[in-house]
Design a protein around this ligand. Structure first.
Ligand code: S3P
Length: 425
């Protein structure tokens, strides 16, 4: 990659939100009728979700970022004759397990080498407690997994981790269980499942950190318009803030408050950012964001803010290297079980470029005011590490060589094209 950008200028409409795109396929598949989706994220993770539901007998037509899903209700799902391959996608496997937990058939699930290291008992245990039979490597901890759905009974589940994947998986099972199912989270996580369930005509009771559904609800197909992914926008927000002579407009970005921790951090660090909320329809808030080159200061990031920006921490670490003063990130143990151990990969790769950054047990400490040089870095197959390093190269004095950059297609296939369009060389 070429050294030193002369500024990022112009506008970008980032691709559709990954979490919402997955859920649009899942709800469409279990609802009655034809669901249409616009601005679907056709990245590898969401394509894995489509492929799994096709193997479960659901007809899904895809043309670029448009989908048509022919739902026949949850009883319309069929025992798959092939293994369900979730690729790199934690959201696909964990939410799908919740759906399969109540289906009267067998399914086998596998993924790539990263998925094989990610903990699954956080969902398989509560789903088994509801009545599903699940087994897998190391007593059900890891893929390959096999599941035979059962007659489910509702539970009250106090989740030990703040995870929307855990919450959503149990809620999908709860929709098929006898009685009520509730999940109580330690901190609020993204609420796209709750919002989309209501869009599909379902009922959910939300009371603070507790979310409750009743089994046996019939869902009806709707038309979904997926907002731009704030997690993808984050790379361009940081790029503009740290690159001299920048001014970028990002259009139609999802502004769901359970996802906008990155915007709070930019504001707290003193970034020159304007958020222009547009519409609040019944589903997800959306708006435009304008950001310019900014003078930044280091801050502490911890507590309930962490789940609201968990996927943005790699790029926040880069942002912090360019601030005045130290930034401390705490309470982020969950980073260790993402697509890679993101504490280790962020610290190792940014260190190679010349950053002063130290790993801690639950986060990292980042010195501000670093000059980044360049060098050979590696995404380690983690899309968000790849994009963070590509953005870092914009301010490096020397050449950056990024290995395994193809991982970026997991969530943002057109990332390099979009970057090239706004990057002044
Ligand atoms: C997601 C939830 C988060 C997030 C992931 C997508 C979702 O994971 O990191 O990228 O769509 O529910 P956890 O639930 O494991 O925190």
């Amino acid at each position: 990659m070429h050294p030193k950008s002369k500024g990022l200028r112009g506008s970008i409409a980032v691709p559709g939100d990954k979490s919402i795109s997955h859920r649009s396929v899942m709800f469409g598949a279990i609802a009655h009728g034809t669901t249409t989706v616009q601005h679907f994220l056709a990245g590898e993770d969401c394509l894995s979700t489509i492929s799994c539901f096709r193997k479960l007998g659901v007809t899904i037509e895809q043309e670029g970022d448009r989908l048509q899903i022919i739902g026949k209700g949850i009883d319309g799902l069929r025992e798959p004759s092939e293994v369900l391959d979730v690729g790199n996608s934690g959201t696909t496997i964990r939410l799908l397990l919740g759906i399969l937990a109540g289906r009267p058939f067998h399914a086998s699930l596998v993924g790539d080498s990263s998925i094989a290291k990610r903990p699954m008992t956080r969902v398989t245990r509560p789903l088994a407690a509801m009545g599903a039979s699940i087994d897998g490597r190391n007593k059900g901890e890891f893929t390959p997994l096999s599941i035979r759905g059962g007659h489910l009974t509702g539970i009250e589940y106090k989740s030990p981790v703040a995870s929307a994947q855990v919450k959503s998986s149990i809620l999908f099972a709860g929709l098929q269980a006898e009685g009520e199912t509730s999940v109580i989270e330690p901190s609020k996580t993204r609420d796209h499942t709750e919002r989309m369930l209501q869009q599909f005509g379902g009922n959910v009771d939300i009371d603070g950190l507790s979310v409750k559904v009743t089994g046996g609800q019939q869902l009806k197909a709707v038309n979904i318009d997926v907002p731009g992914d704030v997690s993808s926008a984050a790379f361009f927000l940081v790029a503009a803030a740290i690159t001299p002579n920048s001014e970028l407009v990002l259009h139609n970005v999802g502004l769901n408050p359970t996802r906008t921790g990155i915007l709070d951090v930019l504001e707290q660090m003193g970034a020159d950012i304007k958020i222009l909320p547009k519409k609040e329809d019944n589903a997800e808030p959306v708006g435009d964001i304008i950001i310019k080159t900014s003078a930044l200061k280091g801050i502490e990031i911890s507590g309930d803010l962490i789940p609201r920006l968990i996927d943005e921490i790699p790029v926040i670490a880069l942002l912090a290297t360019q601030a005045n003063g130290t930034t401390v990130i705490k309470d982020a143990h969950e980073l260790k079980v993402k697509e890679t151990n993101r504490i280790d990969t962020v610290v190792n790769e940014l260190t190679k470029l010349g950053a002063e950054i130290e790993a801690t047990e639950d986060g990292m400490i980042i010195a501000g005011g670093s000059t980044l040089n360049g060098g050979h870095v590696d995404s380690h197959g983690d899309h968000r590490i790849g994009m963070m390093l590509a953005i870092a190269s914009l301010i490096c004095s020397g050449e950056v060589n990024l290995a395994e950059s193809e991982a970026i297609a997991v969530s943002y296939p057109a990332f390099f094209e979009d970057l090239a369009r706004v990057n002044v060389q």
